[in-house]
Design a protein around this ligand. Structure first.
Ligand code: NDP
Length: 402
């Protein structure tokens, strides 16, 4: 018998709960807990199965987390709250002997800065406790790194150039909305770009480098170089990589709104005083923007996320390789009531926990997903709603950018 505890009842948590419930042979019992219990209750009601119970927790408090863990005694926690809660949840896992999985690396609230050092610092303690922590198991980070590990295992003797390409060609009909938590999303996009080149990080201005890339069944889209957290672990785990970059598509309308938001100070993450109350402008903005969970109903089109890799194949010959998944917003909504960005994050999080519970990804310590065998995960991706495709020997286009 296995029991999973999902923390967070946002867009991603909703998808994780649906997908765990669909796989009740692995997830025999499901606990869904978040800050607002009524949101958990609504999700459990929509799923309508009797093996889901709900609870409430403030995941900023290790004490409350331990009480929650003691009440339910889960085998693994799927953390799909916000990146701010990663360390408290990891700390509670250690205290109570629970395994851990998340989809985003820790970020301090007062600084838009993401790196793995804070979580990697827990390696020895998890190892000693005999507990497994799986970091970054959404789509990107997550499947992007598993695609890379799969390419390394089956196609390359030496991977040299890696470009992760993330396109959302969906249209939700709103002038401006973010596809996941607006605070986290805007913090990510407005910071400097960064990529790996010949053994060191190169920093660019925010969204400074861009160009057109062609996405399968979508066409050409403006794609912007961003720093993305999986680059940090991938260049360490695959040291032959000479250059690693991450690209994301944005429409002009979105970028214009973003520029205005920044210019008028609404992207600030420091406190300002308003009518005697301290507020953080970006948190206030989140409260007035459309809720990402409500975008699904009218969302059309697809996402396309993948890895374009070149290097030497197993025989030492030049190889160009592209592996990707396209996901339909409409299909994701029909299945779970959420759009494709939440879907492409929640499905891999469920599969990662499934890998752990079925004994395929059990490795005490703190690990990024590319450190595990990609094959059983890739098999499940196709079965669980995110089939992937490969193009071998095509034009990767990426050398024309930058
Ligand atoms: P949402 O904002 O929709 O949901 C976050 C949930 O966490 C909410 O239910 C919220 O509760 C809850 N929460 C926040 N703070 C606490 C707390 N202190 N204690 C308990 N619960 C809390 O976010 P998303 O669902 O869009 O994203 C979830 C995670 O997924 C984020 O970490 C995000 O970075 C990550 N992500 C990863 C991606 C990937 O590909 N790897 C892509 C997209 C997202 P309440 O409802 O009360 O506010």
């Amino acid at each position: 018998m296995s029991k999973v505890l999902i923390i967070g009842a946002g867009g991603v948590g909703t998808v994780v709960a649906h997908k765990c419930a669909q796989n009740s042979d692995v997830f025999n019992e499901i606990v869904l807990a978040s800050r607002t219990k009524s949101k958990c209750d609504a999700i459990a009601k929509a799923i309508g199965k009797d093996n889901i119970v709900t609870d409430s927790v403030d995941a900023d408090s290790v004490e409350q987390l331990c009480e929650l863990f003691d009440r339910h005694r889960p085998d693994i926690v799927i953390n799909v709250a916000l990146p701010y809660q990663d360390l408290t949840i990891m700390e509670a896992c250690l205290k109570c002997g629970v395994n851990y999985l998340d989809t985003a690396n820790y970020e301090p609230k007062d600084e838009a800065h993401f790196e793995y050092s804070w979580q990697w610092a827990y390696r020895e303690r998890f190892e000693k406790a005999g507990l497994t922590a799986i970091l970054g198991c959404g789509f990107d980070p997550g499947v992007s790194a598993i695609f890379t590990a799969y390419a390394a295992k089956h196609y390359f003797s030496e991977m040299q150039y890696l470009d992760i390409v993330d396109c959302n060609a969906g249209d939700h009909g709103k002038a401006f909305a973010t596809n996941f938590n607006p605070e986290i999303n805007i913090r990510e996009i407005t910071q400097n770009g960064r990529y790996w080149q010949d053994g060191k990080w190169v920093t660019t201005g925010p969204l400074e480098i861009h160009g057109q890339l062609t996405y399968p069944r979508i066409g050409q889209r403006d794609s912007y170089l961003l720093y993305h957290e999986e680059l940090e672990s991938l260049v360490l785990n695959f040291p032959t990589i000479k250059r690693a970059r991450f690209w994301m598509t944005f429409g002009q309308e979105y970028l214009t709104h973003l520029r205005v938001i920044q210019n008028i100070g609404m992207a600030r993450i420091d406190e300002v005083e308003y009518n005697g109350v301290k507020i953080v402008p970006l948190q206030f903005l989140k409260a007035v923007l459309p809720n990402p969970q409500d975008l699904g109903e009218n969302y059309h089109g697809e996402t396309s996320i993948g890895c374009r890799i070149s290097g030497l194949d197993k025989e030492g010959k030049e190889l160009k390789y592209y592996i990707f998944n396209n996901c339909s917003h409409e299909a994701a909504y029909r299945e779970t009531g959420m759009q494709a960005v939440s879907y492409t994050t929640g499905v891999p999080a469920m599969i990662g926990a499934m890998m752990f519970l079925t004994g395929k990804w059990v490795k005490p310590g703190v690990h990024n997903v590319e450190e595990f065998d990609p094959d059983p995960f890739m098999e499940q991706l196709s079965v669980q709603g995110l089939p992937w495709e490969e193009i071998v020997g095509g034009d990767l286009e990426v050398d024309r950018l930058g």
